[in-house]
Structure formats: C-alpha cells, structure tokens
Design a protein around this ligand. Structure first.
Ligand SMILES: [Zn+2]
Length: 325
C-alpha cells in the first residue's frame, strides 16, 4: 500500500476503493454503535471531547479524521504553512499529502474531463471553529473545490457559540453548502452501501437505532407495556440528545443572523473582528440567500447551492459509474 509524504497509507486507485470497500485513506471510518461509549471515543457521534470528520470526495469515502490525535499537524495550503490539531487540520493536511498521488490524480482527471469541479463533503460532529473556517475558505479557494458541510451541532468551544456561529455563516456566505447532518434519518442509516457501493459509515450505528425507530412508529398501549431493552433506552436517549443539540444550534444561528441583518451585533472585540471577517468574505447574493434561517439550513438551499456548480450528472457519473436510478 502506498504511503504519502506525511506517512499516511492510502489506496492507489478508485477502482480498489470500490471493489475492496475501502476509503481512500487507510483506516476505519465506520461509526460505532451507540452502546460503545467513552467520552473520548473518536468513533462515536456523541463524544464530548472528540470532533470527528468523515470526508468524502465526489461520493467516494476519503477518510475519517479526528482531533486529539497527537502532534499538531504542519501542512500547506498553497504557499502558506499551516499548523493545527483540529480534525479539519488533519483532513486538509492529508488532502495536501494525497493531492498529487495517483488516486487523486485519477479523480481530478475524471472531473476535468467532464469540466466538473471536485466536490468534498465533510460530515462533522461539531461545526468548524473560526480558525478552521478561515483555513477552509483558503483551502477551497486554493484547490478550487466545492465544499458541502453537514454538521451535527454548532461548536460551543474555543471562542464560544457566537463566534462559531459567525464562522459557520462565513463559510455559507462563501459558497459552502451547509446543513444539519441528519444522523437519525432512517432511509440513510439503514442502507448498507453508499451510492458508490462502499459500506455506509452509519451502518452499525443505525442498526442499533432501528429498534428505537420501530418503537416510535408503533407507539400505542401495547408497546408501553413492554419493557424496553437497554439498546432501546440508549437509542431513545441518543435521539433526544441529537434533536435537542440540533434545535439549540439552529436557535443560536438564528440569533446571529438576526443580529447581522439588523447590524446589532453587540460589540466585543472578538465579535467585532468576526463580523469584519464575515462581511469581507460575504458575497451579496449569498447573504441574501442565507438571510432567512429556514433557507440557510434547509435541504432546498443546500441542494440549490450544491447544484450551482455541481450537477446531477457529476453526482451520477463523476468517475464513470452509472449509479443513479
Ligand atoms: Zn477548528
């Protein structure tokens, strides 16, 4: 197995990723079932301390990245040297590492041939912090890629949810499609394969949620009499937790959008700095598009933004596979 300049093992060809059911970057990427816990477990969705990124490129699983994984990573975006130890840093470092390797050249050539951009999807357990947001904006501009972001919740660490809300809005206003990551969606989770034919990252997680979903559907007297299993109780708690954190995140973002639209952002040094950054980065059309919270995180806007540069044809046929029905 080939190894990149930073020591990462990777698959050499797109065909091997599909036929051998492997991500591009060597390693496990499938999330643990919810009964396997631990506050720092990087394979769960609900770790208190770990932030996990599951990255896909043109529908192919690129790899899973996590913070708290040792030394800060030193890498480059163009000429600029970057150092960081957030999960996004590990992703961007590995992207740089593999950019000129055969498998990425293969994907690039196939996209090029069709005149299509490279599309990256990051499914992330916490939204990017303001530092990572700035890096991600540089990253998409340097590599000329489309970025889609699915977030499980708004990050509340570092400089706090206010700054982090603006960081996320900066990304959205730069053309990044953002939506909540619907980890509870039955139709997603129960499928065992992705569109590209790789094992779905939620396979084990959702097997455990399944029983909980069935309980909800049949919520009548007969069900109440039955004692719930441990997994069902865990699933219920997990679902409640996810719904609550997503609701909180949306409210937080809504507040920030209102403040921004009414120019009533309460001044504190960091907030003012973020607002300045945000206004510099913002594109007028985009600001308009995201001026309504419903739109901002709606699947409709997500797909609009997604399709602006990214066509269905690309989704279906980016690497020469006919995968759409
Ligand atoms: Zn960060």
């Amino acid at each position: 197995m080939p190894r990149g300049k930073y020591g990462t093992y990777f698959t050499s060809k797109v065909e091997s990723c599909i036929s051998k059911d492997k991500p591009i970057v060597s390693g496990n990427y499938i999330f643990d079932p919810i009964d396997i816990g631990g506050g720092n477990n990087p394979f769960t969705l609900n770790s208190e301390y770990a932030t996990v990124v599951l990255a896909k490129v043109c529908g192919i699983i690129f790899g899973r990245f996590c913070n708290n994984t040792g030394e800060p990573k030193k890498y480059k975006i163009g000429e600029e040297t970057i150092i960081g130890d957030h999960s996004e840093d590990y992703f961007m470092a590995t992207w740089e590492e593999l950019w000129d390797e055969p498998i990425m050249k293969q994907i690039r050539a196939l996209q090029d041939l069709q005149g299509k951009p490279i599309v990256i999807t990051l499914k992330i357990t916490k939204s990017p912090c303001d530092q990572c947001s700035k890096k991600l904006i540089k990253f998409i501009q340097h590599y000329n890629v489309n970025l889609r972001l699915k977030i499980l919740r708004l990050y509340s660490g570092d400089q706090g949810p206010i700054v982090n809300s603006f960081a996320l809005l900066s990304l959205a206003s730069t053309g990044v499609a953002v939506k909540m990551w619907d980890v509870l969606a039955k139709e997603k989770g129960f499928q065992k394969k992705t569109k590209r034919g790789q094992t779905h990252e939620m396979k084990y997680m959702t097997q455990h949620l399944k029983s909980s979903f069935l309980m909800t559907i049949d919520e009548d007297d007969a069900v109440e009499e039955k004692e719930k299993s441990n997994i069902e109780l865990l699933s219920d708690a997990f679902r409640k937790q996810i719904l609550q954190m997503q609701e909180d995140s949306k409210q937080q973002l809504q507040k920030r959008l209102i403040e921004m639209n009414t120019k009533e952002l309460h001044v504190k040094k960091t907030k003012a700095a973020i607002q300045k950054d945000f206004l510099q980065l913002s594109d007028g059309d985009y600001l308009y598009a995201i001026s309504n919270m419903e739109d901002f995180l709606s699947p409709y806007l997500y797909s609009l933004v997604k399709e602006e540069k990214f066509s269905l044809e690309l989704v279906c046929n980016a690497i020469g596979f006919d995968l759409c029905d």
